[in-house]
Design a protein around this ligand. Structure first.
Ligand SMILES: [Mg+2]
Length: 278
């Protein structure tokens, strides 16, 4: 670590100050609380101590191909007690966004079951009739095919809105990355000649606004903890939350001199939040 990198890291007093004035912590998952199937050492204790100190917690993920139940189960399996209601993924966010802005809309999902389930649970309905579709909902869809593309295109010609869950190009997997929602978005934008927007997942502020709504807290009382400057930290900045960057995921100490987005705090690992609760 160079001197600059060392001075960029938050001091114990900084972290204590952050914890004392923050009422809610929103955590990214992979690279922040776990890597793949491995818990980040001390992440369980950090979440437990924050809860014991009366802080609210939530967990965010862009990935729309798992249910919130799946994420809650994984966190519990790794030793972080979490309820379904504390998990916020882009499938939930797109459903909540549409429930607010297009209540009862007829949606055509270019998406897998977890997105469809959230849409139905939020009072939206599903249709594949291009003349009656109000909104085409685009997501990471491993069942994407020409038939779906054609329905989305024809719905667009009839004036349907186009909205998406997340902008990721690829999704990291243990063996090799998978093409993600950006690929479905690109195909639909190519034929419709229209932008798919909004894209509600990270780095959109929409995701954190829904998170704040779910926690019942204001932005200035919350912190977003994550490992990616260009998504987690950018989203925090856009939504007005403190951005706390950890170095247990994609960002390393060597990257600190040239970050795309400046975090408010840099901590080595979420474990440091536990020390601040002592
Ligand atoms: Mg991450």
């Amino acid at each position: 670590m160079t001197d600059t990198q060392r001075t960029r890291t938050a001091t114990a007093a900084d972290v204590r100050d952050l914890v004392s004035r923050t009422r809610g912590f929103i955590f990214d998952l992979d690279g922040t609380l776990y890597v793949g199937e491995e818990l980040i050492p001390g992440a369980d204790e950090a979440v437990e101590r924050l809860r014991a100190a009366g802080k609210k917690v939530a967990f965010v993920s862009n990935k729309p191909i798992g249910t919130r139940q799946d994420y809650a189960e994984k966190l519990n399996r790794l030793g972080i007690p979490a309820s379904v209601d504390e998990v916020i993924n882009s499938a939930l966010v797109v459903a909540r966004y549409l429930q607010k802005h297009r209540p009862g809309a007829k949606c055509f999902p270019v998406a897998e079951q977890p997105v469809i389930k959230e849409l139905l649970e939020h009072g939206l309905s599903i249709s594949d009739d291009p003349e009656e579709i109000d909104v085409v909902v685009v997501a990471f869809d491993r069942t994407f095919d020409y038939g779906k593309l054609n329905v989305a295109y024809r719905a667009s010609l009839h004036g349907a809105e186009l909205i998406a869950t997340n902008p990721d190009r690829t999704c990291p997997m243990p063996d090799y990355d998978l093409p993600d929602a950006a690929c479905m978005i690109a195909a639909i934008e190519a034929c419709t000649r229209r932008r798919v927007e909004p894209i509600v997942g990270k780095p959109s502020a929409i995701m954190l606004r829904e998170g704040l709504d779910i926690l019942g807290l204001r932005a200035e009382h919350c912190a977003m903890v994550g490992d990616r400057p260009e998504t987690d930290m950018l989203m925090a900045q856009r939504a007005g939350l403190a951005g706390v960057l950890v170095l247990t995921g994609v960002t390393s100490a060597e990257d600190l001199d040239a970050l795309e987005v400046e975090p408010d705090y840099v901590i080595g690992s979420v474990a440091r939040l536990a020390e601040a609760c002592a």
